[in-house]
Design a protein around this ligand. Structure first.
Ligand SMILES: Cc1cc2nc3c(=O)[nH]c(=O)nc-3n(C[C@H](O)[C@H](O)[C@H](O)COP(=O)(O)OP(=O)(O)OC[C@H]3O[C@@H](n4cnc5c(N)ncnc54)[C@H](O)[C@@H]3O)c2cc1C
Length: 331
C-alpha cells in the first residue's frame, strides 16, 4: 500500500476543505469496507484519505420535506431496522439481501452508492476502464460479469451500487456539498459513464461528497419491490437486479418506474417497459411481457448473454413482489 495522508474532519465544511486539496487526489473514507481493498490493491492512489465517520450531521435518519432524510453514514443494518424506512419495501428488500454481516454493520449507504466498479480488470490495476495497449480487456477477455446495456463505449463494467435501482425508482435525491456549496441531485442523474480513466462513475466533482439521501414518503397508493439474482447466500454481488415503484388505483398501474442494476455502467432506467405497464394490472403475463420489453435492447458481450435472462427475470419478479404475487417459497 502506498503512503497517504489521513484526515479526520468533524464537520462537512472541514471535509470539503480537506477534499479540495492535492488537485483532487483525495478520497472519502466512510465504512472503509471497499476503499481499503482498493488501496491495498493499488487500484486507486489518493494522496489524502478523508475519514468522514466523525461528522455528526451525516448520521441518522429523520423525516424532512415530505420524505425521509438518510444520513450518508447510516449503515446498511441501521437502514434495514429503521421504522422510518419500513414503508419503502424495495429498499428494505435490498438491505435484507445483503447477507454479509460485516458489510451490513460497517458499510454505509453513501459508500454503496459511490463505490467504484467491481470489474476485475480495474481491481487488478488496469485503470477504471480496464485497458491494455489501448484495448478493452473486458471486450477481448472474460466479461461474464460485465455490462449488457450501455456498453458500446469504453466502459464495460457494471455499476456496483445495490441500493441505487430501488432508490431511483422511488425518486430519491442526494444532497451533495462541495467548494461551491450544497446541491440536491436526483439520484437518477448522479451516475455517469466515464469515457476516460480520468473521469468518474458519478457526477461528483473534486472536493464534493454526499451528505444525505432523501426519499419521498410513501403514500397509500404506492407499492414497490426489488429482486436481485445472486449466486451465493453470503458475500456476493448480484448478477442482475431490478427495482420497481408503482402507483396503483383499483389494481391498475397508473404510474411506474422500473430500474435495473448490475447490467450497465450506471443504474439502467427501463422507461419503455414502465410505460407498457400503465393501464395494466400486474400479473404473471404482464410481468413477463414487461420483462421482455426491459431487456429488448440488450447488447451482451461475448460471455454474458446469460445475464439477459437474469435481468428479465429480475424485472418480472420485482413486479410480482411489489404486488405480493411472487411465490417467495420458490425463489
Ligand atoms: C470483502 C468485501 C465484500 C463485499 N461484499 C459485498 C457484497 O456482498 N455485496 C455488496 O453489495 N457489496 C459488497 N462489498 C462492497 C462494499 O463494502 C459495500 O458496498 C459498502 O456499502 C460500502 O460502504 P462503505 O461505507 O464501507 O464504503 P467505503 O469503502 O468507505 O467507500 C466506498 C467508495 O465510496 C466513496 N464514498 C463513501 N462515502 C462517500 C460519500 N459520503 N461521498 C462521496 N463518496 C463516498 C469512497 O471514496 C469509496 O470510493 C464488499 C466489499 C468487500 C471488501
Amino acid at each position: 500500500m502506498r503512503p497517504f495522508e489521513y484526515a479526520r474532519p468533524q464537520t462537512e465544511a472541514e471535509a470539503v476543505e480537506l477534499l479540495s486539496d492535492h488537485d483532487g487526489k483525495t478520497a472519502v473514507l466512510a465504512g472503509g469496507t471497499d476503499i481499503m481493498n482498493l488501496l491495498r490493491r493499488d487500484a486507486i492512489q489518493p494522496r489524502r484519505l478523508v475519514d468522514i465517520k466523525h461528522i455528526s450531521s451525516m448520521q441518522g435518519i429523520r423525516q424532512a420535506d415530505g420524505g425521509v432524510l438518510v444520513g450518508s453514514l447510516v449503515t446498511l443494518e441501521d437502514a434495514a431496522e429503521s421504522p422510518l424506512l419500513a414503508e419503502h419495501r424495495s429498499v428494505l428488500q435490498v438491505a435484507h439481501a445483503h447477507k454479509a454481516i460485516q458489510i451490513q454493520q460497517a458499510g454505509t449507504l453513501a459508500g454503496d452508492l459511490c463505490q467504484l466498479p467491481h470489474c476485475w480488470y480495474f481491481r487488478n490495476g488496469y485503470g477504471l476502464l480496464g485497458m491494455e495497449n489501448g484495448l478493452s480487456m473486458a471486450e477481448a477477455g472474460d466479461n461474464r460479469y460485465h455490462a449488457i446495456f450501455g456498453n458500446r463505449g469504453p466502459a464495460k463494467f457494471v455499476s456496483g451500487s445495490r441500493f441505487a435501482p430501488a432508490m431511483i425508482a422511488w425518486g430519491a435525491k442526494v444532497r451533495v456539498v462541495g467548494p461551491e456549496g450544497e446541491e440536491f441531485i436526483p439520484l437518477e442523474y448522479f451516475f455517469a459513464t466515464p469515457k476516460t480513466d480520468r473521469q468518474n462513475v458519478t457526477v461528483l466533482r473534486p472536493g464534493q461528497l454526499v451528505t444525505h439521501v432523501w426519499l419521498p414518503s410513501r403514500t397509500a397508493d404506492i407499492v414497490s419491490g426489488a429482486y436481485e439474482v445472486l449466486e451465493l447466500n453470503g458475500l456476493d454481488r448480484p448478477q442482475a437486479a431490478a427495482a420497481v415503484t408503482l402507483k396503483m388505483q383499483s389494481g391498475i398501474v397508473r404510474d411506474a418506474r422500473i430500474v435495473m442494476g448490475h447490467v450497465a455502467p450506471t443504474p439502467w432506467v427501463a422507461q419503455e417497459a414502465a410505460n407498457a405497464l400503465i393501464g395494466q394490472s400486474v400479473n404473471e403475463d404482464t410481468a413477463s411481457r414487461v420483462g421482455d420489453i426491459a431487456v429488448a435492447g440488450a447488447t451482451p458481450l461475448s460471455m454474458n448473454g446469460f445475464k439477459v435472462q437474469m435481468a428479465r427475470a429480475a424485472v418480472k419478479r420485482s413486479l410480482l413482489r411489489a404486488v405480493g404475487q411472487l411465490d417467495e417459497a420458490l425463489v
